[in-house]
Design a protein around this ligand. Structure first.
Ligand code: SAJ
Length: 427
C-alpha cells in the first residue's frame, strides 16, 4: 500500500519505518521542517538505539520518504501529540493533522488515528473536518489504533504488543487490522472507535492508580516504621496482587496526562483517578521534605545534587519529570541546586552531564532517576567529592551497605528505618 504517516516523533517515526520495512511505500510527513530535513539527510536523532537502527534501515531502503508536505495515499496514519493545558486535552495537533490530510483523502481511503485522545474524539474531529469540506464520512474508512509502546522498548513492543483497533464500522476496523497485521506479531483485537479510545486511557490511568497506591504505601510504611519495598515484594508473592513501585512522582508525557482525559469526560465519576493523580503529584513534596529533614537549610548553605532529570531510567526524555518539581521546591526553600543527567539534553532548567561538577561539595545527593550510570556509581569515589555524605534514594536502586561502608547516611524513600515525621507530615 501507499501510506502517509503524519507526525515523525517517537511513535510516528518507528511506525513509519516498520510499515516501510514490511514492504509498504511510506511517506512520512511532519510540520517540523528541521526534523524532515534531518531525516532526509539520513540523520535519526532519537535516543533509542533500536528505533535509530530501524529508521535508518527504512530510509536506506528507499521506501520511507520524509516530507514537509502530505501526499495522497491509500491509508493515512496520524501520530501527533495530545498534551494537556490546564488539565484539559489540547487537540489542536490532531485537528490540524486531519485538516492537512482530508483534502487528499479519496473515497475508499483509510484514516487511522494513533494519538491518545479523549473518548469520542476520533469521530468528532473526522466529522467536523469532512463536513467542512462538504463530504460525508461514509465514503471513507476511519479507525482508532492507539499506540501502546513503552518508551525504552519501542521496537520490541511495536512488534510484539497486542493491538487494539477500533473502527467506525466493522469494515473500517477490518481494513485497519489488515494494515497492522503486516508487521504486528501480537494479537490484533477489533472493537469500535470509542472503546478503543477508552481502552488506551484506561491502561495509563490504571498504571497511575497502581503507582499512587505504591506511593501511598511508601508514606504509610514510614509512619509504621517498616519497609514499603519489602512489603510490596511480599504482597506481590500473592497470585492476584501486582503492586508497582513507589518513587519521586510520575513523569512522562502519557501517564500524568492521559488520566485527565477520562477525568475531564466526567469529573464527578472519576474521583479515584483524580485522587491518584494528586497522590502522585505530591511525591516531589515528600522528597523535598526528606531533604529538608536530613539537611536543614536553617543550619547553613546547602547544595543538593539531583541525580537524574529523565522521567525514568535509561532514556533522554525529561517531559513532566518529577526532578523539575523537586528542584523548584528546594530552590524556593533556599537550597542551591544542581541537576545531573548523563542522557538528557533538553530540560526546562540547567542540566549537566558532568557528575564530578554536580557532586563537588554537595551536602545531599538525591537519586531521582535510576539510570545505569547512577545505579553504578562508586560510593568511595563519590565520598571524596561531596561535602557531606548524605544520600536520598527515591528508587531503591543502590546497595545501601556499600554506601554506608563509604560513610554515607542513606535514606530510601518508603523505608521506615528512617523514622522521619517528614513523610507523614507531607501526607
Ligand atoms: N513509575 C513509578 N513506579 C513504577 C513504574 C513507573 O514511579 O512502578 C514512574 C516512572 O518512573 C515514570 C512514570 O511512572 O516517571 C511513567 O513511566 P512508565 O514506564 O510507567 O510509563 P511510560 O509513560 O514510559 O509509558 C506508558 C506505558 N503505559 C502502560 O504501561 C500502561 C506505555 O505502554 C504507553 O504506550 C505510554 O505510556 C503511552 O504512550 O501512553
Amino acid at each position: 500500500m501507499k501510506i502517509t504517516v503524519v507526525g515523525l516523533g517517537y511513535i510516528g517515526l518507528p511506525t513509519a519505518a516498520m510499515l516501510a520495512e514490511s514492504g509498504h511505500e511510506v511517506l512520512g510527513y511532519d510540520v517540523d521542517k528541521k526534523v524532515v530535513a534531518g531525516l532526509a539527510a539520513g540523520r535519526v536523532e532519537l535516543a533509542e538505539r533500536g528505533v535509530r537502527d530501524l529508521a535508518r534501515r527504512a530510509l536506506q531502503s528507499g521506501r520511507l520518504h520524509p516530507s514537509s508536505m502530505p501526499f495522497p495515499a491509500d491509508a493515512f496514519v496520524i501520530c501527533v501529540p495530545t498534551p494537556t493545558v490546564d488539565h484539559r486535552p489540547d487537540l489542536r495537533a490532531v485537528e490540524a493533522a486531519f485538516g492537512a490530510v482530508a483534502p487528499l483523502v479519496q473515497d475508499g481511503n483509510l484514516i487511522m488515528l494513533e494519538s491518545t485522545v479523549p473518548p469520542g474524539t476520533t469521530l468528532a474531529v473526522a466529522e467536523r473536518t469532512f463536513r467542512a469540506l462538504g463530504r460525508y464520512l461514509d465514503a471513507i474508512h476511519l479507525a482508532h489504533c492507539p499506540e501502546r509502546v513503552l518508551p525504552g522498548k519501542i521496537v520490541d513492543e511495536l512488534l510484539w504488543n497486542d493491538r487494539i483497533v477500533g473502527g467506525r464500522r466493522p469494515v473500517d476496523a477490518e481494513m485497519a487490522r489488515a494494515v497492522y497485521a503486516t508487521f504486528a506479531r501480537g494479537e490484533i483485537h477489533v472493537t469500535d472507535l470509542t472503546t478503543a479510545e477508552t481502552v488506551k486511557i484506561v491502561e495509563n490511568a490504571y498504571r497511575d492508580v497502581n503507582i499512587a497506591f505504591a506511593n501511598e504505601l511508601a508514606i504509610l510504611a514510614e509512619a509504621l516504621g517498616i519497609d514499603a519495598w519489602e512489603t510490596i515484594r511480599l504482597a506481590n508473592c500473592h497470585p492476584r496482587v501486582d503492586i508497582l513501585s513507589p518513587g519521586p512522582g510520575v513523569g512522562g508525557h502519557c501517564i500524568p496526562v492521559d488520566p485527565q482525559f477520562l477525568a475531564s469526560a466526567n469529573p464527578f465519576a472519576s474521583e479515584l483517578i483524580q485522587t491518584a493523580r494528586r497522590v502522585n503529584e505530591r511525591m516531589p513534596h515528600v522528597v523535598a521534605r526528606i531533604v529538608r529533614s536530613v539537611a536543614p537549610i536553617e543550619t547553613g548553605d546547602r547544595k543538593v545534587a539531583l541525580l537524574g532529570a529523565a522521567y525514568k531510567p535509561d532514556i533522554d526524555d525529561a517531559r513532566e519529570t518529577p526532578t523539575l518539581a523537586i528542584e523548584h521546591l528546594l530552590a524556593d526553600a533556599g537550597y542551591t541546586l544542581v541537576v545531573y543527567d548523563p542522557l538528557v539534553t533538553q530540560y526546562p532548567g540547567t542540566v549537566t552531564a558532568d557528575f564530578d561538577a554536580a557532586a563537588r561539595d554537595a551536602d545531599v545527593l538525591v537519586i531521582v532517576t535510576d539510570h545505569a550510570e547512577i545505579r553504578e556509581l562508586d560510593p568511595q569515589t563519590v565520598a571524596a567529592a561531596v561535602r557531606s555524605r548524605t544520600l536520598v534514594d527515591c528508587r531503591n536502586c543502590v546497595d545501601v551497605d556499600r554506601w554506608n561502608a563509604a560513610g554515607f547516611d542513606v535514606h530510601v524513600i518508603g523505608r521506615g528505618a528512617f523514622r522521619s515525621t517528614a513523610l507523614v507530615a507531607a501526607a
